[in-house]
Design a protein around this ligand. Structure first.
Ligand code: HPA
Ligand code: ZN
Length: 360
């Protein structure tokens, strides 16, 4: 492993933008299809992966909702989440705030309690066996109406002590945050944290609405906020966390090349950006690959990587004492890491990471 890859792997970090249904690998999709006697429109894992060529968000969503159809029982949700936790533990992830889409399941006749029982069991197991803490964010599907979102919030009532917040995902353009003003206000009144996907494909106005109308605690993606200097100023002033997803942006054609990804610009502007995987089974990389490929493409410095790791905890919904513990762990890690000069993240021929070890 290159020094850069090693440094990233060991750096304590959190994932704040992960759709658990988007961690369904084709192999598990087939296994659950067999277990539940659900026929898939694909014959092989290779065929599934070949279908993951997207030109926009909707292309992806169509196949993502279809894939989620193999999830029927609490055991399925448990196995899905445990596979993700095991994978991300290997990437040095210490805490995850995971999205789930209950409407994708309740609309197929799966009880809300089935989804919750499976996910909560996996979360407890991940903490016990892998040392990863986690929190749940219930996402409303924005292509459905607000009444459906309100019914989902009502179904969540018995579980509100185990749900950290609500979010807004699915098809962005044509479904502005304004459409969900009342259900977000109701969620806030119940003490839930609020986040919303905004500015992934939608215009800066959607980010303004997420702030002004929904009063969100974080913005998921937020790329297009950079088109509006007044909006950037507002996000910086309020220290609003952006949960940025580089490989997702590449796969969904939000950016044409990782070298053109706005993450470095976001940091330069003083935005509190974080790196996340979004839907890793579909976008070609879990948390560690998002970090490594972005660091290489943008030549991120060690100081910038440390800032990103710190942002992932300061932007989390963890209590202040837990945030402080993680920040101290980052400091301890950085001071222990071999005293190299600035790492050169540019890949060299025959090297998957690259490093320049100056004197020690
Ligand atoms: N954007 C919007 N909705 C989603 C996504 C995404 O990247 N992944 C799963 N639901
Ligand atoms: Zn997302």
């Amino acid at each position: 492993m290159s020094t850069l890859a090693e440094f990233i792997q060991g750096l304590p970090k959190a994932e704040l933008h992960l759709h658990i249904e988007g961690s369904l690998e084709p192999e598990l999709m087939f296994e659950l299809g067999r277990r539940n006697a659900i026929a898939l429109p694909f014959k092989t894992v290779e065929e599934v992966r070949a279908a993951y060529a997207f030109s926009n968000l909707q292309d992806f969503l169509d196949i993502y909702y279809q894939g989620a159809g193999v999830l029927l029982t609490a055991a399925d949700f448990h196995d899905l989440a445990m596979a993700y936790f095991r994978r991300v533990a290997a990437d040095g992830c210490r805490h995850v705030e995971l999205f789930f889409d209950p409407q994708t399941h309740t609309d197929r006749g799966i009880a809300f309690s089935v989804v919750m029982d499976g996910l909560l069991a996996a979360m407890a197991e991940a903490e016990r066996t892998l040392g990863i803490t986690s929190a749940l964010i219930l996402c409303f599907l924005r292509h459905l109406d607000e009444a459906a979102a309100s019914a989902t919030l009502k179904a969540a009532e018995p579980y509100l002590d185990r749900i950290a917040g609500v979010g807004l995902d699915s098809s962005e353009v044509g479904h502005p945050p304004l459409k969900f003003a009342r259900v977000f206000a109701a969620a806030r009144a119940k003490g839930l944290k609020l986040v919303a996907h905004a500015g992934e494909e939608g215009p800066p106005e959607y980010v303004w609405e997420a702030l002004d109308i929904l009063d969100v605690d974080r913005i998921d993606h937020g790329n297009r906020a950079l088109e509006d200097p007044a909006l950037v100023k507002r996000l910086v002033r309020e220290g609003k966390t952006l949960t940025v997803c580089p490989l997702s942006n590449l796969k969904l054609c939000v950016v044409g090349d990782l070298k053109d990804h706005p993450l470095r610009t976001m940091l330069d502007l003083g935005l509190r950006a974080t790196i996340n995987s979004d839907d890793p089974a579909y976008f070609g990389g879990y948390l560690g690959q998002n970090w490594l490929q972005t660091a290489q493409a943008l030549s991120l410095t060690r100081a910038e990587l440390v800032t990103l790791a710190r942002n992932s905890f300061t932007g989390s919904f963890l209590p202040p004492d837990a945030v402080a513990r993680h920040l101290a762990a980052i400091d301890a890690y950085v001071s222990r890491f071999p005293p190299v000069g600035e790492m050169s993240p540019k890949p060299q021929a025959g090297d998957n990471g690259g490093s320049v070890r100056q004197e020690s």
